[in-house]
Ligand binder design. Structure first.
Ligand code: NCD
Length: 307
């Protein structure tokens, strides 16, 4: 069997995604059954960009499966600082690990790593491009919160240009029936052309682009908030001008449906007031927890391990 990587959410069929969600839900219901399934397996965790949730959830996932973790969270502490290529670093880690999770500021770096090694490589976020494991986390969260992935009006709000999580989320959610998107962003941060033409237009998915959250919040089943991606701006003045365009407050939440759910990949900066956290519709910390379970399911799937 050829090895399988996860570079783009489109690498997975809808059936594979649904199976992974089902496996994550089995793990949530009975974690003890899975605590040794990856004994003696090693995850190489290669993070060239800052991360809290993604890195720690990958590491916690592997440890909770009985496996072990090696790697770096600061590229400056590895031979990358000496100018080593992504391909050579991946070939080195392949000598020590069974599976790699890689986050990198350059689009395509995890793909290059995957081409260079014979073990599975997982993209843990590449530049402004993709973030497939965040999307699996988001799908598991929507499934657990709403009970289904079809028939949903999904509002994505904030930095839709540089926010890689939104690009992968649209690609994944477009597969389910009767899903509709409301894309809420300032003019400067609209969704990239390739997402519009290659996913939304090509599949004929209904979507609207709007500027004001208050005009549409009452129609949404899911509100997916995002942070303005400061590190991907060329110009600090533009970041400062745009960073507080949207701030979700309890007053704004009062206009939303009682069953709407708020998701956010986190970290949050200002875009959700901490006063919203106690609203039962705020699902973003439950989403963090789901991230560990779906990564357990993903590691098991790519390693071909069963409980
Ligand atoms: C996101 C990311 O890194 O793209 N965070 C995450 O992985 N949970 C979102 C962000 O940084 O804004």
């Amino acid at each position: 069997m050829p090895k399988k990587d996860l570079i783009d959410i489109q690498d997975l069929s809808t059936e594979e995604i649904d199976d992974m969600i089902a496996l994550a839900e089995e793990i949530i219901d009975d974690p003890a059954r899975f605590q040794e399934v990856c004994a003696h397996r090693i995850l190489g965790s290669l993070f060239y960009e800052p991360s809290t949730r993604t890195r720690l959830s990958f590491e916690s996932a592997m440890l909770s499966l009985g496996g072990q973790v090696i790697g770096f969270s600061e590229a400056g502490a590895s031979s990358v600082a000496k100018g080593e290529s992504v391909a050579d670093t991946a070939r080195t880690v392949e000598c020590f690990a069974d599976i790699i999770a890689m986050r990198h500021p350059k689009e395509g770096a995890p793909f290059v790593a995957a081409q260079s090694v014979d073990i599975p490589v997982i993209n843990a976020g590449d530049g402004g491009h993709n973030h497939p494991t965040q999307t699996l986390t988001d799908l598991l969260t929507i499934h657990r919160e709403m009970g289904h992935l079809d028939k949903l009006v999904i509002g994505a709000c904030g930095d839709l240009k540089f926010g890689r999580t939104v690009h992968s989320l649209i690609a994944a959610m477009s597969r389910y029936a009767n899903v509709e998107f409301v894309l809420i962003s300032p003019e400067e941060l609209v969704i990239p052309e390739h997402v519009r033409t290659e996913i939304l237009d090509r599949k004929g998915i209904p979507y609207r682009e709007v500027r004001a959250l208050e005009d549409v919040i009452g129609e949404l089943d899911i509100l997916y908030m995002t942070r303005v991606q400061r590190e991907r701006f060329f110009n600090e003045a533009d970041y400062i001008r745009l960073k507080d365009t949207y701030i979700l407050t309890p007053e704004r939440m009062a206009q939303a449906k009682p069953e709407m759910r708020v998701l956010h990949p986190l970290p949050r900066v200002n875009e959700i007031s901490v006063k919203v956290d106690k609203d039962p519709r705020a699902a973003y910390f439950r989403q963090v927890k789901n991230g560990k379970f779906i990564r357990m399911a993903l590691i098991m799937t790519l390693l071909g391990v069963n409980a």
